[in-house]
Structure formats: C-alpha cells, structure tokens
Write a new protein. Structure first.
Length: 271
C-alpha cells in the first residue's frame, strides 16, 4: 500500500472517530431531563449500550468544557448549556419582536428588510421580509455574510469593543463588491462615523448595484445586539431619498429596541 493511501485512511479514520465522539456526546446530553436531571456513568453506559470506559472519557470531556458538572459520583448539566440556551432565547426574542416592525418598514419603503446579528466574524440574518420585487442577493434567513461589506455588519461592528474590531481587521477585509473597503485605516474611520451618526450605508460593497442601509438595535441593557436593514438597487434607493430611508430604518430599529426593553433616556455604561 502506498504511503499517501495510508495517510488518507488514517485521516478518514480520525474524522470518523471524532464524528462518533460528537454523536455519542450529544446522546449523553440528551439523557438529562427535568424528570431525571442526574445520571451516573453506569446508568448512561447501560442505557446507550456503550462501554463504561468510553462514557467516562466522554463525560470527563463534557465536564472540562462546562456542559456537565460532577455531583458526587453522578453528573448534571453544566452552565455552558445555560449560556447557549440564553443565546437561542435572545435570538428568538429578536425575531419575534421584529416581525411586525419589518412588515411595516417594507410597506413604507417598498424594499426588503432584514434583522441581522453578529456571529464571530460574520453576520447572520435571523429575520427577513421581502418586498414585491426583491433584489436577488440570496440574503435568506440563516445566511452568513462578511461583516465589512454589509451595512448591518458595519453597524454591529461599530459598537463593539476595540479588541473585537482589531481582531476582525487583523484577518484582512474581503473584496466582495466593487466598492468593498479593504484599507483597514479607512474602514476604522468609517466605523467611527457610523457609531456617531447611528446608521450605515453600503453602496456596491457586497454586490454591484446594491444599496443597503442599517441601524442598530439595542436590548434592555443598552447593548447593540442586532441591526435592522433595508436593501434595494441604486435606481430605487438614490441620493434624493436617502434621508427618508435612513429615518425610517432608524425608527424601525428603535421600535425593535423598545420592544426588547431598551430605555432611551437611561444612562448606559456599556460600549
């Protein structure tokens, strides 16, 4: 057998082993319920038909990562899962509270509207309402786009801490549309202006002939957690109606913020 064939077999075996470990770990986590919140190694092994040694190793890994915690000789769910559930709950709340607001925004402006959140170094669309003639940008719910080329991404990044912005820029700024900004110093100055003015406009940055305008959404803590945006073509969103689009987008973002518990007149210490 040739050496490269051996390497392929070994790599395939490693990937299969990792996948099996992930699947087994998820099976273990799914055993924990309100009715039975505490489990022992032997119980888990017997129920899942696994070796006790394998269960012990997987449980130990889950404890290290905070997904399980040890209680004597048994185990219960850890706080890492609470953190994940909190993120899911937050996203569901944003989706729920923005639904009617986006519909009204689309009705007023005649362009598609989105709500996006920051996930790592990309934005993810968590809600979308299309207009009668949507721009074919493939901006579907769940789709991810680069932060630096989208109005939503720039708005979300502008309100992040300096280390987050620096980390984003250190990986380089992608060239997507003809006007994508790849110069880090120019990009930083753009973020400073966006934070001051409270909105972002992108023209031909993600796609040619596309205009997007976004404004920040804050939650009850005053932190920027999402962005509302409208997207259209340059012939439909022009200089003479920019102000109308900006005002309505900001109003929609503020409405979602209020629904999330944001109090505009409160003195916030975040950001």
């Amino acid at each position: 057998m040739k050496s490269f064939e051996v390497i392929i077999i070994v790599q395939t075996h490693k990937k299969t082993s990792v996948l099996q470990s992930v699947q087994s770990g998820l099976q273990i986590l799914q055993l924990f319920t309100i009715e039975k919140p505490v489990w022992g190694i032997t119980e888990i092994a017997n129920l899942l038909g696994m070796k006790k040694s394998s269960v012990s190793r997987l449980v130990s890994d889950l404890v290290v990562e905070g997904f399980l915690q040890k209680e004597g000789n048994k185990y219960s769910l850890g706080f890492s899962l609470l953190s994940i559930s909190g993120v899911i709950t937050s996203h569901l709340e944003i989706h729920r509270e923005s639904k009617d607001v986006l519909k009204k925004l689309v009705s007023d402006l005649g362009e598609s509207a989105h709500v996006a959140i920051l996930e790592g170094k990309e934005i993810t669309y968590v809600h979308k309402v299309e207009c009668a003639n949507p721009v074919p940008l493939l901006s579907s719910i769940g789709k991810k786009n680069p932060v630096s080329c989208t109005s939503s991404g720039k708005v979300l990044l502008a309100f992040q801490k300096k280390n987050v912005i620096d980390s984003m820029i250190s990986d380089g700024l992608p060239q997507m549309g003809p006007n994508s900004q790849t110069d880090p110093w120019v990009f930083i100055n753009q973020l400073i202006d966006i934070k001051k003015q409270g909105y972002s406009i992108c023209i031909d940055e993600m796609h040619e002939n596309a205009v997007s305008i976004a404004a920040p959404v804050r939650d009850y803590t005053g932190e920027v957690v999402a962005a509302v945006s409208v997207v259209g073509t340059r012939d439909r969103i022009q200089n003479d109606n920019f102000n109308r689009f900006i005002d309505r987008t900001k109003e929609a973002a503020n409405e979602v913020s209020l629904r999330l518990g944001y109090i505009p007149d409160k003195e916030w210490t975040v950001q």
